[in-house]
Design a protein around this ligand. Sequence first.
Ligand code: PLP
Length: 412
Amino acid sequence: MIKIKKNIPLIDQHDKDCLYAKKFGGNFIPETLKKPIDDLTQLFQKLRYDKQFLKQRDYYFDNYIGAPTPFIKLQNLTNHLEGAQIWAKVVSEANGGAHKIYNATVHCLIAKKAGKKYVVGDTGAGYAGKMLSMAAKKFDLKCKIFMGAKDMKRQKPNVDAMRKNGAQIVPVYSGNQTLVEAVSECMRYWVSNCDTTHMCVGSTVGPNIFVKICAWSTAQISRELKIQIKNVFKKIPPKIKLINCVGGGSSAMGFWNEFMDYSSKQIEFIGVEAGGPKNSKLHAAPLTNNAKIGILHGAKQYVMQNKEGQINETESISAGLDYPGISPLHCFLKDAKRARYTSATDEEALEAYQLVTKLEDISPSLEPSHAFAEAIKLAPKLSSSTIIIVNSCGDSLKDKFIIKKRLGNYIR
Ligand SMILES: *Cc1c(COP(=O)(O)O)cnc(C)c1O
């Protein structure tokens, strides 16, 4: 039985090979990446306990990102479902419209401390790249984004946004011309330019140090939430369910981090993966479907793969969740039975989006709509003493065209 140690941050519960539970994560990287990764690991280890750096981080979280994001009750949805209370942490109110800005901001602050003038990053759907280009502009860093040529065509509005922020976009033509190749190309570039350049990975994935930095950055979400829950309920209520969508897993890690030491009976973590179109075999739900362990982007994890161990292509209405792997931290939480994972289909997410926007004044993007789908399934079976909190981690504006195509209209 795998155990999570109490009173030790989850991101530090790996062994000397950077493996969680001896089997997830690690640094499966080419020899040439070892030095820049060691340097970054040392720098981050110092900065995360440096009072001045923490003060700076908090300053930008408050005055650039706009912390804290709201914590609100969805009374109409609660009344409609006649069961558990439904609340939302509206992280989409953060500057940029999603949680990726926390990680991007911290990476830019680290780049400044390291004396680097350039930041590079990879992006699939374009949101990680968009947020990094935004933060780079704020902190006066030159930004280069690697993006698959196919993705550049599919995600043109985000490409335009990155260019508007002054970023240079490098199209990647190898392989399938999507995210997997963009990451490889970005790492290759970083190896040859690490003296001047800092690299950012957009979720809690990749070599261990990137998993750590990202989870440490998004933890802001649960730090705020814990205070907000205490303000509303006077104490931490006995039955809470924290529901979050999971792609790479950074928003969920951030949403759960401060509650890690509570029992799962008191605070249950529920991760919702992308089930893809109904009956699709190309779903992006490795934890729900007991995928095998493999290596993707330098880390061991449960990952969608074929019989030969080649990484599968996945399919989801939600670009942010369309990823064949999952953070090693979530693999750890699953095996330790601290979190429960399930999935919602494209159709269920769209239905949830419609119900939430019909009844409430928030407009979750298609990623958190997966989490709302699970909340809508669960709530009627529970009593009002259970508090369901959904992380509404992104705003639907970015999904305007997809929603219009699927539902015929878009109302925000
Ligand atoms: C990128 C993205 C996700 C998925 O990434 P995680 O690392 O799992 O959080 C989810 N929601 C939104 C709004 C995103 O932009």
